[in-house]
Design a protein around this ligand. Structure first.
Ligand code: LLP
Length: 434
């Protein structure tokens, strides 16, 4: 499904709410999340996992895509697990009352304090990334007299063809422990001797915004062969294999569209095949999508300010947000589609570049998009902004962050308040001797 429709006034609408009404009530810029589509995306994965793994398996939402207390609540209601990668994300989950046994704590350099918070709150899995972390987790577990369920982040050594900055499973990666030089084997062997750890599972994540099914199949194969090796050499049963997230999302016409169900089905064939060939039990399979659950459910609404035509060069349309609420063009040259909300289907007659309001030339939201003629005062909707937008936003130039409204059945509810200038200076101090 899609997050948006065109209503009888010929305005863009999301969750039954007219986008012009939304900006009149909540101002711009405004993040809007379609609750029904977000939930549908959760269910789509849950149903697929249950179908292909005989009712077993777990979908864990990667909360880095979008993490707020209300989002955690929805994830809980949908029966998913939650991937957190920092004390802040963990704290959000705790505050939302998220069931801790379904929390997976990732990260390549968790601090002692973060690990303490996780262990005190009995998170379901600590996904150990490195040898130093193994020592810390055991020490905290031992001191608190707990048995901690751990997983291990393994590099399957796969080069993906996504943007370099979001590729993670290759050998030259800061994440995880390598298989081929024995690093992962050695760390896991050590962990088995530590009495306060339960060695439960392995994890890998090969990258993000991936469309190539073969990469996911290869990762599953490499990981299961490693599970078999661990059984053979260490006589342990790895009962759970977390294959990570990374399923690509269609941002513009140029992008492919993945059929997530058949993707998961195809990977399950490989999983079952390798397991029977190696004579091991099919572990509980976990997947960890973030972007593909959140991105399609979100749009961002902006007000157009200046429109500047540089003859024979470019027409800049500047909006009242920018890299502070969506840094993805600045970071990855990411592409987006957009419409003008009161004429969403008007012919796209001119090429413009949507710029933000930050003091930075790279502050672009969309380079070279075809739109109907844009005027100052128009409201622009940028699509597919539900993931890695709010979660990557900043206060650069001391710009307050926009709010998030959650829409459903023609009702809108604030789930994150708009920041004000007070928020921007909240932690500033002028020392007394200044
Ligand atoms: N699991 C782990 C361990 C991850 O590192 C990630 C993403 C995911 C799951 C979820 O991947 P997804 O399904 O969302 O692709 N800021 C970048 C994306 C960074 C993704 C990092 N890890 C962007 O805006 O494109």
């Amino acid at each position: 499904s899609k997050a948006v429709n065109i209503n009888e006034k010929n305005h863009l609408e999301i969750g039954g709410c007219d986008c012009l009404d939304l900006v009149n009530t909540y101002g711009t810029p405004l993040y809007v999340m379609d609750e029904a589509l977000f939930r549908e995306n959760c269910r789509r994965y849950k149903n697929a996992i249950e179908k292909y793994y005989d009712g077993k398996g777990l979908v864990v939402y990667a909360s880095k895509a979008l993490c707020t207390t209300a989002i955690c609540k929805i994830i809980e209601q949908e029966g998913l697990g939650l991937d957190v990668v920092s004390g802040g994300e963990l704290y959000t989950a705790i505050t939302a009352g998220f069931p801790m046994e379904r929390v997976y704590f990732h990260g390549n350099n968790k601090t002692y304090e973060e690990l303490m918070l996780a262990i005190e709150n009995n998170v379901g899995r600590i996904v150990i990334d490195n040898k130093e972390e193994l020592v810390m987790v055991h020490e905290i577990a031992y001191k608190s007299g707990k048995k901690v369920n751990v997983s291990f982040r393994v590099k399957p050594g796969i080069d993906t063809n996504t943007h370099e900055f979001i590729s993670t499973g290759q050998i030259d990666s800061k994440f995880g422990m390598a298989i081929e030089n024995g690093e992962a084997f050695e760390i896991i062997s050590k962990a088995l001797k530590l009495s306060n750890l339960n060695v439960m599972s392995l994890h890998c994540h090969i990258g993000s915004q991936l469309f190539d099914l073969e990469l996911f199949k290869l990762a599953a194969k490499v990981m299961l062969e490693f599970v078999a090796e661990l059984k053979e050499k260490l006589n342990i049963e790895i009962g759970e294999l977390n294959l990570g997230g990374g399923f690509g999302v269609k941002y513009t016409k140029e992008d492919e569209e993945i059929d997530y169900d058949s993707f998961i089905g195809a990977v399950s064939e490989v999983v079952k095949g390798v397991c029977s060939q190696k004579g091991i039990k099919v572990p509980k399979i976990v997947i960890e999508p973030g972007r593909s659950i959140a991105a399609p459910a979100g749009i961002t609404l902006y007000r157009v300010g200046s429109v500047k035509e540089i003859k024979n060069v470019r027409k800049y349309v500047a909006v009242d947000g920018g890299m502070t609420d969506n840094p993805r063009y600045a970071m990855y040259q990411a592409k987006y589609d957009a419409v003008i909300v009161d004429r969403p289907d008007a012919p796209r007659t001119e090429k413009v570049t949507i710029a933000g309001k930050c003091c930075e030339s790279g502050d672009i939201l969309i380079k070279d998009i075809m739109l109907p003629e844009v005027k100052s005062g128009d409201v622009l909707a940028v699509f597919t902004t539900g993931a890695y937008n709010y979660s990557m936003s900043s206060n650069y130039n001391r710009i307050p962050r926009p709010p998030i409204v959650l829409v459903k059945d023609a009702k809108a509810r604030i789930i994150v308040k708009r920041e004000d200038y007070g928020d921007v200076i909240r932690n500033d101090i002028i020392p007394e001797d200044l």
